[in-house]
Design a protein around this ligand. Structure first.
Ligand code: AP5
Length: 218
């Protein structure tokens, strides 16, 4: 099962992709995670991407397409995967079609997680993570036992710089302008399955399991 997860910032792509990939034994490739890691390590990719990410803008298509090309060339996307956060523009979607055709890879389904804007702002303004172990928290739904500290290792929790409300609003605008058109792109190919994601994580996961099982049975 080869899947793309699509949806606005904070719609739960990362949360659900991690859970579904563990359940189904899929590779989970988050372009946002790869870019944040590159920024942290100060690699050339990270240096080129950092400014765009801080402002809540998309990094240039050429950069991100060559990142995915390198993952395919390295054999990381051959045996079942979830692409989380890619593609995000029509040129990226077209480039992905070309890469898949060239490498004999079939895209089975595109999952769109839909969440209203107010809920997105609420979720992202409450999002914190541990810089040491990566454990995520969300105020007030999933708070640490001691305010500001990780339950697992006591590290001081951090926020993503692009989770400031003004940047989140910019990210939402960017989604509507640059990413939403690919919903229709995949709808026309009969690949899009929309899941209402303003429900509990368990309810969203159950809907995802149902959607992927139905697709796999066809
Ligand atoms: P990326 O990291 O992909 O950010 P995003 O798409 O904006 O998504 P998020 O990671 O913020 O949210 P999510 O949908 O994964 O939700 P999550 O599960 O974390 O990209 C960051 C940047 O990198 C971009 O802005 C861009 O600059 C660049 N980039 C990346 N890919 C690119 C590309 N292809 N092209 C160009 N640039 C690219 O959940 C959010 C919070 O809500 C968490 O705290 C979670 O615990 C909570 N939550 C999740 N589900 C629920 C629920 N059901 N109920 C309540 N709370 C929930």
């Amino acid at each position: 099962m080869n899947l793309v997860f699509l949806g606005p910032p904070g719609s739960g792509k990362g949360t659900q992709a991690a859970r579904l990939s563990a359940k189904l034994g899929l590779v989970h490739l988050s372009t946002g995670d790869v870019l944040r890691d590159a920024v942290k390590k100060g690699t050339p990719l990270g240096q080129q991407a950092e400014g765009y990410m801080k402002r809540g803008e998309l990094v240039p298509d050429a950069l991100i397409v060559s990142l995915i090309e390198s993952k395919i060339a390295a054999g990381e996307l051959t045996s079942g995967f979830i692409l989380d956060g890619f593609p995000r523009t029509i040129p990226q979607a077209e480039a992905l079609d070309g890469m898949f055709a060239k490498n004999g890879i079939t895209l089975h389904q595109v999952i769109l997680l839909s969440v209203p804007d107010d809920e997105i702002v609420r979720r992202l303004s409450g999002r914190w993570h541990c810089p040491t172990c990566g454990q995520g928290y969300n105020y007030p739904a999933a708070m640490p036992q001691v305010a500001g500290k990780c339950d697992k290792d006591g590290s001081l929790l951090q926020r993503r710089p692009d989770d400031e409300e003004s940047v989140v609003r910019n990210r939402l605008g960017v989604y509507k302008k640059q990413t939403q058109p690919i919903e229709d792109y995949y709808r026309q190919k009969s690949l899009l399955r929309e899941i209402k994601a303003d429900r509990t994580p368990d309810q969203v996961f159950a809907a995802l399991m149902e959607a992927t099982a139905v697709k796999a049975a066809r």
